[in-house]
Design a protein around this ligand. Structure first.
Ligand SMILES: C[S@@+](CC[C@H](N)C(=O)[O-])C[C@H]1O[C@@H](n2cnc3c(N)ncnc32)[C@H](O)[C@@H]1O
Length: 314
């Protein structure tokens, strides 16, 4: 376990470290994972304390071990975004720096028994908190054709959503779909073989299906919306919020919310007069998203799809 933590490379670490306000007091990491970003920030910013959250109990124990040297400066809690925001609002806690590094960690992906990876045989689980909620297997064996089609299209942007949904419904009549490789085999059977684009990378046929089902069963889009809508209540003046997204659905939500907060008037268009006094709440630190550089992508392919967006509250 520790070898893995030691090898773990937090995505776009330099870029994140560069936007931490130097004189801040409290940072909130909503996605502790293996604690990689938090460790580096605590090490470089001696004046900071940390409140760290993750919905995954294994992440909580790994991050707690990793951050043991900072135990006087940290508070770690298992919570998903809505629970973490409720806690912060109830306790009237505001932060100088907020980090959200979305999706799953390489650790979660590499554990076959967590069921996130199509390339390793494991139970079809995919829950970030594997003690509650429907597993991916529960979902694919119970969902209607229409729900499957819609989820694959909406969350996976899978062009063959209908064929794959039909395949799942057909195959589960014969046998319950219980493992990651069973689901990947169904996708391969029903999805037309893709021709590789010249010079392009070949994605596994099941990539979009696995992404869609993971987003759905973990309610990732709603969770992100709740967090983005709570930012005004949990940020101190001059605080910075940095969000790393890994697919266009989450990046679009972040981009829109930040643009909304930066707008000078945020009143409903139907109101006859401006009620918000026309003050924009944030300054955009990243006008466009920042991407990982080639050197990082070479050493950590997961960073290829990372998009970093940063705002500063006024
Ligand atoms: C990409 S990893 C974070 C890695 C971390 N920055 C590091 O350097 O080790 C994302 C983590 O966020 C957690 N996570 C994702 N969505 C969450 C949510 N809605 N609530 C709480 N934790 C969440 C996952 O369980 C995972 O551990």
């Amino acid at each position: 376990m520790f070898k893995k933590i030691a090898n773990h490379q937090p995505v776009m670490l330099e870029e994140v470290l560069n936007v931490v306000p130097p004189n801040g007091e409290l940072m909130i990491d909503f996605t502790l994972g293996m604690g990689g970003h938090s460790e580096a920030i605590l090490r470089e910013n001696k004046g900071y304390r940390l409140i760290g959250f993750d919905r995954d109990s294994e992440a909580i124990s790994m991050a707690s071990q990793r951050l043991i040297d900072f135990k006087e400066r940290i508070l770690i809690k298992q919570a998903k975004f809505n629970q973490a925001c409720d806690y912060l609002k109830k306790e009237k806690i505001t932060a100088s720096f907020i980090l959200v590094d979305l999706g799953i960690s390489s650790w979660q992906l590499d554990q076959a028994e967590r069921g996130f990876a199509f390339s390793q045989q494991g139970p079809l689980d995919m829950r970030m908190d594997n003690t509650s909620g429907l597993s991916a297997s529960d979902y694919v064996n119970q969902a209607t054709y229409e729900s499957l089609r819609q989820i694959l299209r909406e969350y996976g942007q899978e062009p063959f959503a209908a064929r794959i949904a039909k395949g799942i419904v057909n195959e589960r009549l014969e046998k319950k779909i219980s493992t990651t490789t069973e689901l990947a085999d169904i996708v391969n059977k029903y999805k037309p073989k893709k021709r590789k684009k010249k010079g392009g990378r070949r994605h596994n046929q099941a990539t979009l299906t696995f992404q869609a089902i993971r987003i759905h069963i973990n309610d990732e889009i709603n969770q992100l919306k709740i967090l983005l809508n709570s930012l005004e209540s949990i940020t101190a003046p001059d605080s910075v919020v940095a969000v790393l997204g890994f697919h266009s659905l989450e990046d679009r939500l972040v981009k829109r919310r930040f643009a909304y907060l930066a707008k000078s008037c945020v009143c409903d268009k139907s109101l006859p007069v401006c009620r918000c006094r026309g003050i924009s709440l944030v300054e955009m630190i990243t006008k466009k998203c920042i991407k990982a550089d080639e050197v990082e992508i070479e050493s950590n392919p997961r960073s290829r799809s990372a998009r970093l967006r940063v705002v500063k509250f006024k």
